[in-house]
Ligand binder design. Structure first.
Ligand code: NAD
Ligand code: UD1
Length: 341
């Protein structure tokens, strides 16, 4: 049985990926420093799947600790989720973002080389397409000018992986560019658990719906889109997690560097999301229209043909599923994992 190491695997996307990897028959080892997560997520992954996960509390920048993990487990592939991801915070604390995100990547590459682990899949983002590429985004487009330090860390880490693979023909890399993950596992046992005021749209909507926040402000109504609000390619986190399983299957059989967009190819506007959420769940989401948020692009979405062609992956879940599952998680866990810590 193949063993997959999830760096930052207790987080939102990592925990959902752990479920799908276990369901597909892989062994899963997770390391996380819980800077934005809780070990409770992994306990619940074990409950959902009835399988166990080897869990380490560790900072991925700590080479000595990483070596201990690699010594104790025969790792076939790594998925690198570990990183800070709040765009606004990255503008205020750029050094912290560069230090954490780049150093986790360098440590992983160093320790992988030492232990002859040859496969790594990286959580990149659509943000690397920058400000001026036309939509839909295609993997063959150049990386663009990012709008914030978070985005630059992703672009830089992609470059680091490409350079490392160029220098070492034994190293295989898959860069996964996520679009906008929302939703939760249908059990409602794991989901997105932001700390403090959510930055992203769906957690904000669910916190308004559950009464934790007064109302949603929709950022801008004067964009060049059909209803004037921004459009994004929202993807159900379970579809995204299954994309990782396909990437693992692929990297174990192929060498080289590949980049894949993971998105649906179908954008929705902010107003469409709010309306769908209210309709599907029968709950009101009080909202008002406010000023644009700095750095937001009017619209972006994926061309996801390459993932279908090479990985045999495409999304299966609808906007209705995304809204229903996000609400199910929030209702069952109004304080996220906090009551279980
Ligand atoms: P998340 O914050 O829930 O998960 C990241 C995990 O990494 C957390 O559990 C955190 O505690 C851990 N972590 C951070 N720094 C660490 C360190 N130095 N050592 C050990 N653990 C560390 O975020 P997520 O939404 O699951 O995102 C996973 C990855 O995907 C991130 O790299 C993120 O930038 C990327 N990504 C996310 C989105 C999104 O919208 N959620 C979009 C594009 C890319
Ligand atoms: C942002 C980042 C992206 C990152 C992703 C997940 C940019 C350009 N992109 O994507 O790099 O990977 O977060 O962390 O910064 N909105 C509201 N009201 C709110 C919140 C959001 O109207 O309270 C709108 C936004 O203006 C946007 C849409 O909802 O149009 C989605 O926002 P969000 O969930 O933050 O994701 P992105 O900005 O697309």
């Amino acid at each position: 049985m193949k063993t997959i190491f999830l760096a930052g695997g207790a987080g939102y996307i990592g925990s959902h990926t752990a479920v799908e990897l276990l369901n597909a028959g892989y062994e899963v080892v997770v390391a996380d420093n819980y800077s934005n997560s809780s070990p409770e997520a992994i306990r619940r992954v074990e409950q959902i799947t009835g399988k166990s996960v080897k869990l380490y509390e560790a900072d991925i920048r700590d080479n000595a600790k990483l070596k201990e993990i690699f010594r104790e487990n025969k790792i076939d592939a790594v998925i690198h989720f570990a990183g800070l991801k709040a765009v606004g915070e990255s503008v205020k604390k750029p050094v912290m973002y560069y230090r954490n995100n780049i150093d986790t990547t360098l440590s992983l590459l160093e320790v992988m080389a030492e232990f002859d682990v040859r496969n790594i899949i990286f959580s990149s983002s659509a943000t690397v397409y920058g400000e001026s590429n036309p939509v839909p985004y295609l993997e063959t487009m150049q990386r663009g000018v990012c709008t914030n330090p978070y985005g630059w860390t992703k672009a830089m880490m992609e470059q680091i992986f490409e350079d490392a693979a160029k220098a070492d023909e034994n190293l295989s890399v898959i860069l996964l560019r996520y679009f906008n993950p929302i939703g939760a596992h249908p059990s409602g046992m794991i989901g997105e658990d932001p700390r403090g005021i959510p930055n992203n749209l769906m957690p904000y909507i669910t916190q308004v719906a559950v009464g934790k926040r007064d109302h949603l402000t929709i950022f801008g109504k004067d964009y060049p889109t059909p209803d004037g609000t921004c459009m994004r390619d929202y993807i159900h986190v379970v579809d995204l997690a299954k994309g990782h399983v396909k990437a693992v299957d692929y990297i174990l059989e192929h060498s080289g560097v590949e980049v894949f967009n993971l998105g649906t190819g179908r954008p929705y506007s902010v107003t469409e999301i709010v309306n769908a959420f209210e309709q599907v769940n029968g709950v009101p989401v009080p909202h008002e229209y406010g000023a644009r948020r700095e750095g937001d692009l009017p619209q972006f979405f994926a061309n996801a043909d390459k993932a279908l062609k090479l990985l045999g992956w495409k999304t299966e879940l609808s906007l209705e599923d995304m809204c229903r599952d996000s609400w199910n998680w929030q209702k069952k866990n109004p304080n996220g994992y906090r009551n279980s810590d």
